[in-house]
Design a protein around this ligand. Structure first.
Ligand code: IMP
Ligand code: MG
Length: 197
């Protein structure tokens, strides 16, 4: 196996079981309506494919794409929304689906952009959400961990996902659609990426 693939946090079976359960819940939540599932590419391609097959109700699928990471480092979110999306979501319930929620900046930006296209509502689902330490680490916490991590610890953008598949540790993860520099999206499980040279 690739030396950079560390601990497997979620096996393919556990992910599949949770995605099937979410599909059934969504079908109930949207009963009698025909929502548009907007998948945030590229990380979401496996989740979107599995989720729509676990969702027996009528629905449409659209795509936007967002990029923010350079390697394992988060940066400004660049969002691409296809031409003509407005006419396909205006007046309809929209469910934004993303792979992972870290700072929340991506989901916030996608929701703002879609809300401008006048859908009936926007709700959100993420499969993985990173558990973050409290916003401020007091002296006790700093002493315990021995160092301060350089990354931002808070979640500035206040879009809370309506559905969450799994809460996971605050580590850089790959697999099930998630990449590191374009690699590892094809792993069927979710694993921690080891620090490399
Ligand atoms: P956020 O904007 O900080 O919430 O980050 C969300 C986006 O960053 C996701 O849609 C992912 O594409 C990417 N991302 C965040 N954390 C990871 C990770 O651990 N591995 C791979 N991609 C990640
Ligand atoms: Mg993404």
């Amino acid at each position: 196996m690739d030396a950079r693939i560390g601990k497997v946090l979620l096996t393919a079976d556990r992910i599949a079981a949770r995605v099937r359960q979410l599909g059934r819940r969504l079908a109930r939540a949207y009963a009698g309506r025909e929502p548009v599932l907007v998948a945030v590419m590229k990380g979401c391609f496996l989740l979107a494919a599995d989720l729509v097959r676990a969702w027996p109700g009528p629905l449409d699928v659209e795509f936007v794409s967002a990029e923010s990471y350079a390697g394992t480092r988060p940066g400004a979110v660049r969002l691409r929304v296809p031409r003509g999306l407005r006419s396909r979501i205006a007046g309809r319930p929209v469910l934004v689906v993303d792979d992972i929620y870290d700072t929340g900046a991506t989901l916030a930006k996608v929701c703002r952009a879609l809300e401008a296209l006048r859908p009936a509502e926007v709700r959100t689902l993420v499969l993985f959400r990173k558990r973050r330490a409290p916003a401020r680490t007091g002296p006790a916490g700093a002493a315990r961990s021995g160092h301060r991590r350089p990354r931002r610890r808070t979640r500035p953008a206040a879009v809370r996902p309506d559905w969450v598949g799994f809460d996971i540790p605050d580590r850089f993860v790959v697999g099930y659609g998630l990449d590191y520099c374009g690699r590892y999206r094809n792993l069927p499980y979710l694993a921690v990426l080891r620090q490399g040279r």
